[in-house]
Design a protein around this ligand. Structure first.
Ligand SMILES: Cc1cc2nc3c(=O)[nH]c(=O)nc-3n(C[C@H](O)[C@H](O)[C@H](O)COP(=O)(O)OP(=O)(O)OC[C@H]3O[C@@H](n4cnc5c(N)ncnc54)[C@H](O)[C@@H]3O)c2cc1C
Length: 490
């Protein structure tokens, strides 16, 4: 995967994808695999937006059952299956356990019916999935069984537990890069640090984009027959730039807390806070608690501090201490009802049809889990608009290679991350290529080595290194500040 800005302008692409989050990456791979000439531009780093902040759960859609959205359940089950099939090295089943107390929607009876229905809806959930990646049927556990599985859990009013399996992506960054490697191998032209700052137009039609190189400031015209806006929370501003004044998609700020210790080990455990079901999820030798939703305008530290209180209420058995928090995940996700609740289903907008601006499509994605499916829907429309006869989508069946930058030493791996995977900044290497700081701050010696090799590769000086170090430190800052705030240190 090489950054070649000249290749962006060298021809008219069939499709220009704007945004290198999971939705853009999946779309670039799908379109390139079907045989389209594809370019993708990302203003910062691939996967550095909302996609970097996931709870890592590949949802099977049980939540959709609450709203009787059976199509939503089926889509999630299909997509969980697709990811277990195409990325077995990165995605694996994970048990989820919700302790049940009392009756009603949070009680044993409702969950028993729900799990049975869910099982029936997911009868084909393991088709084509390797035997060690299969999802067993859900079931109701006895009170005793729940207490044995969750040490320290209160037995007060405990009636039993609901147990089902979803999947977990061990490294959401590497899975996203796996999509991009596949896209690149199929001929897609990819560039990070390349921001869309304007549209090319022929009358009302969008015919490409003006792309600014973040390093030199040079702007280039990238012509394309169709453009797919996959800019996540950046999608709205891009539409306004195109003169599309549809009501803005309200955004919510979603927050997770990464903990420095494993407070659960075998299963993700559910807990209620203010009527919402939260989960504490085992991840590597740690845990992540998620997900809290707040208005978009709230500052991250306030959101994280409020969510810490929620988490403590939901999971008293974990004895959460604010010093446990090593990293705060936060990102903007689509909301509805003016931002009062989460948007539940992804949506493709064809601006030719809906806004009189042909040539432009937008993906409004709500889950990492279903990104591949929304990408398929988008590329189906792209192929139809281009009037091409191409093979159908195969991304749900094609194995993705789970690679890493090779090298016997950290130095070699950093060099390869720069040369082969377009890593440009310290955060790119530490957070998204070599997985050195994904769970909390890396060792100073590690950062020193990465910074030194990276600067040498990229011909940068000490001042650059210092600025990069500060950018990296800022990633961990909210975790430090909530501890300060809650312990009254500041
Ligand atoms: C705390 C949290 C927990 C979550 N947990 C889960 C989970 O467990 N499971 C799950 O399935 N989903 C989860 N999600 C949701 C999931 O992370 C998102 O739905 C998904 O990552 C969105 O991907 P995206 O590609 O649409 O957006 P993004 O990842 O934000 O990608 C958009 C990209 O576009 C780029 N961009 C923007 N403007 C421009 C421009 N002008 N030019 C070029 N590039 C541009 C941005 O830099 C960005 O990289 C979670 C989200 C959050 C915040």
């Amino acid at each position: 995967v090489k950054r070649d800005l000249e290749a962006l302008t060298a021809r008219e692409h069939d499709l220009l994808v704007v945004g290198g989050g999971i939705h853009g990456a999946a779309a670039a791979w799908d379109a390139a695999q079907r045989g389209l000439a594809v370019a993708l531009v990302e203003r910062r780093d691939f996967g550095s937006g909302t996609s970097w902040n996931s709870l890592k759960t590949i949802h099977g859609g049980l939540r959709h059952l609450q709203r009787l959205d059976l199509a939503g359940v089926r889509e999630s089950i299909r997509e969980r299956r697709a990811l277990l099939r195409i990325a077995p090295d990165l995605v694996r089943p994970l048990p989820f356990l919700v302790p049940l107390r009392g009756h009603g929607l949070q009680g044993r009876e409702a969950f028993a019916v729900g799990l049975r229905l869910y099982d029936i809806l997911g009868l084909d959930r393991n088709r084509g999935v390797a035997s060690d990646r299969q999802i067993p049927a859900g079931r109701i556990l006895s009170r005793r069984d729940v207490l044995a599985r969750v040490p320290g859990l209160s037995g007060d009013r405990l009636a039993g537990g609901a147990l089902w399996h979803d999947a977990q992506v061990v490294s959401s960054e590497r899975l996203l890069l796996a999509f991009l490697h596949a896209a690149s191998a199929a001929g897609a032209v990819l560039a990070n640090d390349a921001e869309v700052v304007g549209w090319l137009r022929a009358g009302s039609r969008v015919t490409g984009a003006r792309v600014r190189d973040g390093e030199t400031g040079i702007e280039r015209d990238v012509p394309a027959r169709l453009v797919l806006n996959a800019a996540g929370p950046g999608a709205g501003p891009l539409l306004r730039l195109a003169g599309i004044e549809r009501p803005a998609i309200p955004l919510l700020r979603a927050v997770n807390l990464v903990l420095g210790r494993a407070v659960v080990t075998e299963a993700a455990v559910g807990g209620w806070s203010a009527g919402r079901l939260l989960f504490v999820v085992p991840w590597r030798d740690r845990s992540i608690v998620g997900t809290g939703y707040f208005e978009a305008e709230i500052d991250v530290v306030s959101a994280a501090a409020a969510f810490f209180d929620d988490a403590r209420r939901a999971f008293p058995f974990t004895r959460l201490d604010v010093e446990d928090v090593t990293l705060v995940h936060q990102g903007l996700v689509p909301g509805r009802d003016g931002g009062a609740s989460l948007w539940t289903r992804s949506r493709l907008i064809d601006h030719g049809k809906e806004d009189g601006v042909p040539g432009l499509l937008t993906m409004v994605g709500v889950k990492y889990t279903t990104a591949r499916a929304l990408a398929e829907e988008a590329v189906d429309v792209v192929v139809a608009r281009l009037g091409r006869r191409l093979p159908p989508c195969r991304t749900s069946l094609t194995l993705l290679a789970a690679t890493r930058p090779p090298g016997a030493t950290l130095e070699d791996q950093v060099r390869n991350a720069v040369r082969e995977e377009m890593a440009r900044r310290l955060t790119d290497v530490v957070l998204r290529r070599l997985d050195l700081g994904t769970a909390g701050p890396p060792e100073t010696a590690t950062v020193d080595t990465v910074a030194r090799v990276l600067a040498a590769e990229r011909g940068r000086d000490e001042a650059w290194i210092e600025a990069e170090r500060q950018d990296l430190a800022a990633v961990y800052e909210p975790a430090v500040r909530i501890a300060d705030r809650m312990t009254g240190r500041r």
